[in-house]
Design a protein around this ligand. Structure first.
Ligand code: DGL
Length: 270
């Protein structure tokens, strides 16, 4: 029998990748891992992110023997994907900024990459921009605030439109930003609040993200899998105790994650 799919992020952001994976592979057992003990990744150094992600994924693959690991986090993927692939013995799918599809849809040839502070400074983003968006002006903006806004939104604590507008202004007020028509949501937290961003935008913008592509890749790699029937309840595993986790239950439930656990104590949390 095929092992579960581990979908990994620092927080709730990876749910934007889990959604399309669930639709593509409805019978697959999933373990959604939120490294809330290391959250946020986007303000950490490359060394901190790489060390933590490699160690944690090593431990998780030993414990759960997954069929595949999906790093549903742009920060962890752009920094540590190669390191993780070098140490794990299972296939690893990463999440990288959707610059290629954005370059294919922009009409103004000005695109914005909205990610974490750590992601937007990665050479990986330079390479994607040079390879796929050579004819575009690529503006970048890193926002720790938007990560937190998404975490709050999923806990049922929505912020005002002006908080979202302030984030978009980080791109729109840069030189050339007046012509920007397409925004790459280069952090998995951001598609979760794409409608809030769209509502706060001063003009229509196209938002592009990679969740569907990651799901297709994952399904392709698991084409031969044999899943248990019926599929077990989805597990949400937090790396640190979190008294506020109850606030996340409705959001987790929408993704079929009804079995909530903590890494130190893998028994179900009632
Ligand atoms: N969701 C993560 C990403 O895609 C990072 C959020 C954070 O921990 O800063 O980059």
């Amino acid at each position: 029998m095929t092992g579960p799919i581990i979908v990994f992020d620092s927080g709730v952001g990876g749910l934007s990748v889990l959604g399309p994976i669930r639709r593509a592979l409805p019978d697959a057992p999933v373990i959604y891992v939120a490294d809330n003990g290391g959250f946020p990744y986007g303000t950490k150094t490359e060394m901190e992110v790489a060390t933590r992600v490699c160690a944690l994924l090593g431990r998780l693959t030993e414990r759960f023997a997954p069929a595949i690991v999906v790093i549903a986090c742009n920060t962890a993927s752009t920094i540590a994907l190669a390191h993780v692939r070098a140490v794990l013995e299972v296939p690893v799918v990463g999440t990288v900024p959707a610059i290629k599809p954005a370059a294919a849809v922009t009409r103004s040839k000005v695109i914005g990459v909205l990610g974490t502070v750590a992601t937007v400074r990665q050479p990986y983003v330079d390479r994607l921009s040079a390879e796929f968006a050579g004819d575009c002006l690529v503006l970048r903006y890193g926002s720790a605030e938007l990560v937190q806004l998404a975490e709050d939104e999923l806990r049922g604590r929505p912020a005002a439109d002006r908080a979202y507008r302030a984030v978009l202004d980080g791109l729109l007020t840069q030189e050339g930003g007046d012509r920007l028509d397409t925004v790459v949501l280069a952090c998995t937290h951001f598609p979760l609040v794409a409608d809030r961003l769209a509502a706060a935008a001063p003009r229509p913008l196209t938002f592009v993200e990679g969740g569907e592509g990651i799901a297709r890749r994952t399904a392709h790699l698991l084409a031969e899998a044999e899943w248990p029937a019926p599929p077990p309840p989805g597990i949400a595993l937090f790396t640190a105790p979190d008294e506020g986790v109850g606030l996340l239950r409705p959001a987790l439930g929408r993704y079929g994650l009804t079995d909530i656990r903590f890494l130190q104590d893998p028994t179900p949390c009632r």
